[in-house]
Design a protein around this ligand. Structure first.
Ligand code: DGL
Length: 256
């Protein structure tokens, strides 16, 4: 039962997953590390994504962790298998939620938005082979930068989203998968722009998976009020942004 749950992302995106985990597991302690200084990862070469992920995770491992959540689809696709081989704690990782979106499909398209790296790596090809019927991958160029800059109000976000999805606007769209944890902060804009389309992300499923992994290893905390500590390679401005994106403010502690 001892130890915290480490969360890693290239920046603030993983806070969207942390929000789900904190709701589901209020007794747990969370440590969040965002590598904001080096975000976005999605445009970088594979070796660099792996090296940065390794370094960020090493930062978290200096603390006492009982589980690790790779709250980043890009880092998962690039480096989760290596982490699983190297670490003895349970690792919960992410992939674009194509499977649930596939089950929502009627006769239209499923647009899968993710970073360029996520879409290019073998893990995504395997997912497409299983659930990719009618699915159209779309690299979400510019969206991570928008969220990292904290300027994702309606006007900026709507313009960026419409520019990306413009080629598909004349088609029937059944679902849009938000396959990057940063994009989940833009979910309200997708819902306004595409009111008849199912918007799907993997965050709640990841939190449930974390819960079941902790239950299996008998490390779920039954009571007490959990704490959250935030860390960023980018320092104070990003800590402020992370703090503003946390859904529930009670009990968190901030660090540089
Ligand atoms: N939040 C990330 C993801 O889920 C990565 C974004 C990036 O740094 O490009 O893919």
């Amino acid at each position: 039962m001892d130890g915290s749950i480490g969360f890693f992302d290239s920046g603030v995106g993983g806070i969207s997953v942390l929000n789900e985990a904190r709701k589901l597991l209020p007794h747990e302690d969370f440590l969040y590390y965002g590598d904001n200084l080096n975000a976005p990862y999605g445009e970088k070469p594979l070796e660099e994504i792996c090296a940065l992920t390794q370094r960020g995770v090493a930062f978290l491992l200096q603390k006492r962790l009982k589980a690790l959540v790779v709250a980043c689809n890009t880092a998962t696709s690039a480096h989760a298998e290596t982490l699983r081989r190297e670490l003895s704690i349970p690792i919960v990782a992410m992939e674009p939620a194509l499977k649930p979106a596939h089950s929502l499909r009627k006769d239209g398209r499923v647009l899968v938005l993710a970073t360029k790296a996520t879409l290019a790596l073998p893990k995504f090809r395997q997912l497409m082979a299983l659930y990719g019927e009618g699915a159209q991958p779309v690299a979400g160029a510019g969206l991570v930068e928008l969220v990292e800059s904290g300027k994702f109000g309606a006007s900026e976000a709507d313009e960026a989203i419409c520019a990306l999805l413009e080629p598909f606007l004349g088609e029937t769209i059944d679902a849009i998968v938000l396959g990057c944890t940063h994009y989940v902060f833009l979910r309200p804009r997708f819902e306004v722009l595409f009111p008849d389309v199912s918007i799907v992300d993997g965050n709640a499923g990841t939190a449930r998976r974390l819960q079941s992994v902790l239950a299996q290893s008998n490390t779920l905390r039954p009571c007490g009020s959990g704490r959250t500590e935030l860390f960023s390679s980018g320092g104070e401005p990003f800590l402020r942004l992370m703090h503003s994106l946390l859904a529930e403010k009670a009990n968190e502690v901030r660090h540089g």
